[in-house]
Each structure stands twice: as structure tokens, then as C-alpha cells.
Design a protein around this ligand. Structure first.
Ligand SMILES: O=C(CO)[C@H](O)[C@H](O)COP(=O)(O)O
Length: 338
């Protein structure tokens, strides 16, 4: 099947590679000519601009946009004049599902289908496949089935869920038509909200393991920590990277995020390459907003998001206020930082 790809960053380029390997035909466009050339060398056809991209695709065209959420509007404006009724535009980035509704509405009078597709797999997707969460009308989603099937991981080695039988469903192959426009990105948004909380849980647990030796004489004592009731209880020098490794095998908390954590700890046990400023791209915030608007309790996801803000210094003034109040009511002086 033929597919146009706009946006050949880490995700877009690897997705094209995976589609080429599966025998699909890809016409590719990016603002960076070097990114286009790299894929032309791998068997894709390059396009010089949006008009050329559309001219090289046989109708009905299928064009996948793999661009940052903030530029999707502009890309639609650039490409849509070259499209015709029956064509389909797919937004595979991390867009807000509310924007999908606007985009679908905007393209509908022209007879152009719009699909939102939450895409998870990151830089590992080329080999492992991408988990796809799809929103859009049945006709367009059905037509693109061979593309989704090639990008998705497939049933693979994963043990079948107890009670499932017959041919593997799409969800068992790693892709799902979640509903009409917006549903794909809504599911991806919640997926990323969960991702924040899982990441935070692992981070807190491993940090606690690192503190298991605070009672040892050779341990640097933090002047701020209240005296231990019994230092004997905190005498451990736990090999944190090894714990990550052992938990990967048969434990209840085994997961791909843990696999990646084990990689990171093996490469750099003290994580000296990271300062700990944790960015966020929006999905976590949208998840929390959806939780508030629907009245759905989501305290873990929300806390994990707020922790990211704190990691960037956004709690500093609140902490200064705490110190100031403590001084005001008790004359307690703040101890200097190390
Ligand atoms: O979608 C993803 C993983 O599933 C992306 O890696 C995502 O952009 C990461 O989100 P954030 O920058 O908010 O941590």
C-alpha cells in the first residue's frame, strides 16, 4: 500500500523504515532535505514539497503527519489544498484530542477523512513495533488497516489473555480503533498520564532503595534528616541496578519501563548524566484536566505531573514560604545548603 509521510524525525523516519520493510511504498517529505535523502537511500520516494508529495500519491491518498502537536494546524493548511475528496490525513503525533475534533470538522466539507492515531513505541518502535490507538470514521480506518498492521508489533510472543480464542483481534496485534475522531488521542492521552505515574512510582522506589544505608557510619549524613530512631535499621548498601535487573524476571512490577530503567542504571549507576529536570509535553496536563472536567479521581496521575513541575524549580517559592513561616512562628533558622 502507498503512504505519504510528513515529518521524518525520530518517530516518522523509523515508521517509514518499518513500513518499507513490510513491503509498503512510502513517499516522504520533511523540511530537512537530509532526512528525506536518508530514507530515499532506504527505498522511499522523496518529495520536494507538499504539492509534489500529493502528486506522487495515487488517489485516494493516505498521508501520515508525524510532527509536533503545535504545528499540525499549519501542516494541514499546507497540504490540504493539494488533497481531494476521499483522501485521508492521519495525525500520528501527540496532539490534544480536542484539536482532532476541529481538524476533522475543518476537512469534512472537502470530503477529506481525518484519523487521529496515538502512537507509542518511541525510538524502539522500529524493531518492537508501535502500539496504535486510532480514532476516526470506519471507512478510512478500514482502508488503512494494512498500514496499521505493519506498524503494530503483532501478536508476537505475548501470552494470550485467558479466555481469548480464535484469530488474534486487532488489539491483540497492537492496534485498536478506539472510536470516532478524538478517541485515539484521548486513549493515548490517558496512556501518557499513566506513564507519568508509573515512572514516578519506579523513581520513588529506587530512590528509597538508595537511602537504605543512611544509618551506616560511612554514609554522608544529611543535616536535615531527623535523627534515626534506630540506625541499625538502615545499614544496607543495596545494589540498585541489580535490583532493577532481578525485578525484570517474574516479579509483579516487571514492565518495559522497568527494562528501560535497568538499562539506564547499568549504563550510569549514579545517573550522573541527568540533572533531574523532568519536562512534560502536555499529555499529562490534558489527562488531569479531563479528570477534573469529568469528576474522575486521578490523584496519582496528578501528583506525578506536579512532581515534574517541582523538578523544574516550580516549588521553590512555596518551599521558601514554608521556611519563612517556620522562622516567623518558631525562630527556626534555615540550614544552609551543602
Ligand atoms: O508519547 C510518548 C511516550 O508514550 C512520548 O515519549 C511523550 O512525548 C513523552 O511525554 P512527556 O514529554 O510529557 O514526558
Amino acid at each position: 500500500m502507498q503512504l505519504g509521510m510528513i515529518g521524518l524525525g525520530r518517530m516518522g523516519a523509523n515508521m517509514v523504515m518499518r513500513l518499507l520493510r513490510a513491503g509498503h511504498e512510502c513517499v516522504v517529505y520533511d523540511r530537512d532535505p537530509k532526512a528525506i535523502q536518508t530514507l530515499v537511500d532506504q527505498g522511499a520516494e522523496g518529495a520536494t514539497d507538499m504539492a509534489d508529495l500529493c502528486a506522487k500519491l495515487a488517489p485516494p491518498r493516505n498521508i501520515w503527519m508525524m510532527v509536533p502537536a503545535g504545528v499540525v494546524d499549519a501542516v494541514i493548511s499546507d497540504v490540504s489544498p493539494h488533497l481531494a475528496a476521499g483522501d485521508t490525513l492521519i495525525d500520528g503525533g501527540n496532539s490534544n484530542y480536542r484539536d482532532d475534533l476541529k481538524h476533522a470538522e475543518r476537512l469534512r466539507p472537502e470530503g477529506i477523512h481525518f484519523i487521529d492515531c496515538g502512537t507509542s513505541g518511541g525510538v524502539w518502535g522500529l524493531e518492537r513495533g508501535y502500539c496504535l490507538m486510532i480514532g476516526g470514521d470506519d471507512e478510512a480506518v478500514e482502508r488503512l488497516d494494512p498500514i496499521f498492521a505493519a506498524l503494530a508489533p503483532g501478536a508476537g510472543e505475548i501470552e494470550r489473555t485467558h479466555g481469548r480464542s480464535g484469530p488474534a483481534s486487532r488489539s491483540e496485534q497492537g492496534y485498536l480503533h478506539c472510536g470516532p475522531n478524538g478517541a485515539g488521542h484521548f486513549v493515548k492521552m490517558v496512556h501518557n498520564g499513566i506513564e507519568y505515574a508509573l515512572m514516578a512510582a519506579y523513581a520513588e522506589g529506587f530512590n528509597l532503595l538508595r537511602h537504605a544505608g543512611v544509618g551506616r557510619n560511612d554514609h554522608e549524613v544529611d543535616a536535615e534528616t531527623a535523627p534515626l530512631s534506630n540506625p541499625e535499621h538502615y545499614q544496607y548498601d543495596i545494589p540498585v541496578a541489580e535490583v532493577a535487573e532481578v525485578w525484570r524476571r517474574g516479579s509483579v512490577v516487571a514492565s518495559w519501563l522497568l527494562d528501560l530503567t535497568a538499562n539506564a542504571l547499568l549504563e550510569d549507576p549514579d545517573l550522573k548524566g541527568f540533572g533531574g529536570r523532568v519536562s512534560d509535553s502536555g499529555e499529562g496536563r490534558w489527562t488531569c484536566l479531563a479528570a477534573i472536567e469529568t469528576g474522575t479521581p486521578a490523584p496519582l496521575l496528578t501528583t506525578a505531573l506536579f512532581e515534574r513541575f517541582s523538578s523544574r524549580g516550580e516549588a521553590d517559592f512555596a518551599n521558601q514560604i514554608l521556611s519563612a513561616m517556620r522562622y516567623q512562628f518558631g525562630g527556626h533558622h534555615e540550614k544552609p545548603k551543602d
